[in-house]
Ligand binder design. Structure first.
Ligand code: AMP
Ligand code: FE
Ligand code: FE
Ligand code: ZN
Length: 299
């Protein structure tokens, strides 16, 4: 647990934001900037969930600790199940876990190769984008489509990131390259063997509801009912599904930086009651496991 206790004495309800990205993947904030924004929004806990990496989590922990915010080590894994894309959020991961490290390295290599393939497709359209430019913009081990989009904008080939996605990068567009994905069941197992809890990210965006019973039966721990792109009706719908499958409720903004001129962090918050249940579940499970499983305790 944090040496500095989380600011539970803060007046008003407690909120957490458990879905956040930094420049260690496709976000634009540093971990320190993200923690600073979280403190201004009065968050009691934050989870960094960069795509296929935990590299930013140590800095996030240190920044949060200084601000009295509880930090949870996380990652967002791209997976698929029965032809549906499913994103799995891993929480309380042990960043030193060897199997997790090896898997993340593999996912990152796939991402890097995919950049070359996307750039080759763009070059076939007579747009002289260079992979080196994309890698320089990404400046991380886990590059993705937003970095290709930013390179297209910076090179003057597109007017905006949205245009880059709409013209080139979205599914069924000429530069779209599918990514190797592990199954959601494998992603859940990967998270569990690294001491973590697994939650299905933004189900309202992926609309893969039919896979939820199988994932729940396979040990999925939670479902992200609260997300900045979920309507209130969607949140209610998934709260009901969570109750029916005995799943924990998670939530977060999915902040990648500024959105409409404001930092998105804190823009969608998990109510304290759900956050408390998540923490309780984690502690109970960690206590029932081998002593080394407690290594992933939040700082
Ligand atoms: P990737 O993991 O490389 O397939 O890229 C997926 C990421 O692209 C998501 O996590 C979002 O950050 C971003 N993204 C997806 N669709 C769009 C869009 N239409 N406009 C801007 N960013 C997007
Ligand atoms: Fe992203
Ligand atoms: Fe996602
Ligand atoms: Zn995300």
């Amino acid at each position: 647990m944090s040496e500095t206790p989380p600011p539970t004495a803060r007046p008003g309800p407690a909120f957490a934001d458990l879905h956040l990205h930094t420049l260690f993947s496709d976000g634009t904030f540093t971990p320190e900037e993200l923690a600073g924004h979280g403190a201004r929004f009065g968050l009691v806990a934050m989870a960094l969930t960069d795509h296929d990496t935990v590299e930013g989590c140590a800095r996030m922990d240190a920044a949060c600790r200084k601000l009295g915010i509880l930090s949870i080590t996380g990652a967002e894994l791209t997976a698929e199940q029965d032809g549906n894309e499913v994103h799995i959020l891993g929480y309380f991961l042990d960043p030193e876990n060897a199997t997790l490290q090896a898997s993340l390295k593999k996912f990152q290599a796939v991402r890097q190769n995919r950049i070359h393939e996307m750039v080759a497709r763009i070059n076939r359209l007579k747009i002289p984008l260079r992979a080196e430019t994309v890698f320089a913009i990404a400046n991380c081990h886990s590059p993705g489509r937003p970095h290709v989009g930013r390179a297209l904008v910076q090179g003057g080939f597109c007017g905006s990131l949205d245009e880059a996605f709409d013209r080139f990068l979205k599914k069924n567009r000429p530069a779209y390259v599918p990514k190797f994905k592990i199954s959601a069941l494998e992603a859940i197992e990967l998270v569990h063997q690294a001491g973590g809890l697994a939650s299905m990210a933004h189900p309202g965006l992926n609309r893969s509801d039919e896979v939820i019973p199988a994932l729940a039966a396979a040990g999925l721990d939670g479902i992200e009912c609260f997300h900045s792109k979920h309507t209130a009706a969607m949140s209610d719908y998934y709260l009901d599904i969570a109750a029916r499958h005995h799943l924990l409720v998670t939530g977060g903004s999915d902040c990648h930086g500024f959105s409409k001129g404001k930092p998105l962090v804190g823009g969608c918050k998990l109510p304290g009651v759900h956050y408390d249940r998540l923490m309780e579940h984690y502690k109970t499970r960690a206590a029932s496991r081998a002593p080394d499983a407690t290594a992933a305790q939040p700082s």
